[in-house]
Design a protein around this ligand. Structure first.
Ligand SMILES: [Zn+2]
Ligand SMILES: [Zn+2]
Length: 267
């Protein structure tokens, strides 16, 4: 996921090849050498595949917890690691980034909430079960990127070996479509929010299945939300913070743009 603001940019994870990433960054007018850092959620290959080449080639700092660094440095040597503590938020050029633990079978998996001015974005993927931290990050965010990994019936009747099915369904595995819906239903607030379903399994889910499951669960509760589904391994969605409500409602004078308007965020 790419975040852009005031001509600056960071990545959260880099799970596709450095070559593809470089192309996608340039398409968003980001020079890879200007990336301020790559924030890592955890060390699984679908989150780190492009880091080594990208970070070495462009001297990009790799930011993670100490536990993740220990494992990562076995896999990726010769890059600059910047270790942070989850208890403290990280300030980076006006952006405030808070990591929080997620239940997943990795060394020290985290989600992130990124704040800029009055806006916040949460990235909550790779978790086996909803947690209070995840719900509270989602509830205080304008954009929530949330895992909807699998449809349980497809997973159970699918081709994966049983031990892998058990791992995926465990509390340290991945969120099902239904679990994503449940998390979303506890994360709603009066201020507008947008939700992106992400990290869909290639074999055990489809975009339509994920979307329909979440929407029909919420429909039964009488809830409608602004929901989109991300593509795998390529940029597909862009979110920009809306104008401040006071500006949108202004009837007098010329509307002025928020001084803190963020540039597009892309997944
Ligand atoms: Zn993972
Ligand atoms: Zn993953």
């Amino acid at each position: 996921m790419l975040l852009q603001w005031e001509g600056k940019a960071i990545l959260i994870d880099a799970g596709i090849s450095a070559r593809k990433l470089t192309t996608y960054l340039l398409e968003r007018n980001v020079s890879p050498e200007n990336l301020l850092g790559i924030f890592v959620t955890h060390e699984h290959s679908d989150h780190i595949a492009g880091i080594e080449l990208l970070a070495k080639r462009f001297d990009t700092p790799v930011l993670c917890t100490e536990e993740t660094r220990k494992v990562l440095s076995w896999l990726i040597d010769g890059v600059e690691y910047e270790v942070y503590k989850k208890e403290q938020s990280i300030e980076i050029e006006g952006l405030e980034i808070q990591a929080f633990s997620l239940p997943h079978d990795a060394a020290d998996p985290v989600g992130y909430q990124i704040r800029y001015g009055e806006y916040a974005v949460s990235v909550i993927t790779d978790l086996g079960a909803p947690t209070l931290d995840a719900v509270s990050a989602a509830r205080t965010s304008d954009l929530v990127v949330i895992e909807a990994n699998h449809d349980v019936d497809r997973l159970i009747s699918g081709p994966y070996p049983w031990h892998l099915k058990k791992r995926i369904m465990s509390d340290r595995g991945h969120l099902s479509n239904l679990q994503a819906a449940q998390l979303i239903s506890s994360a709603l607030r009066p201020r507008p929010q947008q939700f992106w379903l992400a990290h869909l399994s290639k074999r055990n889910n489809t975009k339509t299945c994920a979307r329909d499951t979440v929407l029909s669960y919420l429909n039964k509760l009488g809830i409608s939300i602004d929901l989109y589904v991300t593509e795998r391994d390529k940029p597909s969605l862009v979110w920009e913070p809306p104008l401040e409500p006071a500006v949108q409602l202004s009837l007098f004078g010329s509307p002025k743009q928020s001084e803190e308007s963020m540039e597009p965020i892309i997944f």
